[in-house]
Design a protein around this ligand. Structure first.
Ligand code: NI
Length: 172
């Protein structure tokens, strides 16, 4: 396994619409392992393949927290089947928009069809933080970010600040 570099809003690839995964093969298993290691190391509770520069419809999520209770969700080609009318507001962040957070309102519950790690069809019904996390990650697969739910003024300000912070970071 290896930790991969997470791209940010300064990389136009982040806005790419990801293509479906066509084969669940050894290369994909390696990508899943790398994404899990990258997410846990960050640390974060979700990561989409596009965030490590791979425009494929794949995401990992784990809202569990404790290391000995790790129960990652691995969703290949996820499709939202249903969302609740009831909504929930969370203060969201994103590994691709470091240091910035904002309240985003999303459906409180959702049902999603996907292929599991073995390539088998599966469904999950999520609520609470997991529901928000999965919707946030599926947005990434369409090139959408949580800042897109904010005003243009606030979104542009955050994008400028991320770019400025990167310019001022010296990697030695
Ligand atoms: Ni994100």
């Amino acid at each position: 396994m290896a930790i991969r570099k997470i791209i940010t809003t300064t990389d136009p690839l982040l806005r790419t619409k990801s293509a479906p995964v066509e084969r669940v093969d050894a290369d994909l298993q390696r990508l899943v392992d790398d994404m899990l290691e990258t997410m846990y190391a960050a640390p974060g509770i979700g990561l989409a393949a596009i965030q490590v520069g791979v425009p494929r419809r794949l995401l990992v999520a784990d809202v569990g927290g404790e290391e000995d209770e790790r129960q990652p969700h691995i969703l290949i080609n996820p499709e939202i089947l249903w969302t609740s009318d009831e909504t929930h507001v969370y203060n969201e962040g994103c590994l691709s928009i470091p240091e910035h957070y904002a309240e985003v309102e999303r459906p409180a519950r959702c049902r999603i069809a996907y292929l599991d790690r073995a390539g088998e069809p599966a469904e999950i019904e999520a609520d609470g933080l997991l529901a928000t996390c999965l919707q946030h990650e599926i947005d990434h697969l369409d090139g959408r970010l949580f800042i897109d739910y904010l005003s243009k003024l606030r979104r542009d300000m955050i994008i400028r600040k991320v770019a400025k912070a990167e310019r001022e970071t010296v990697v030695i």
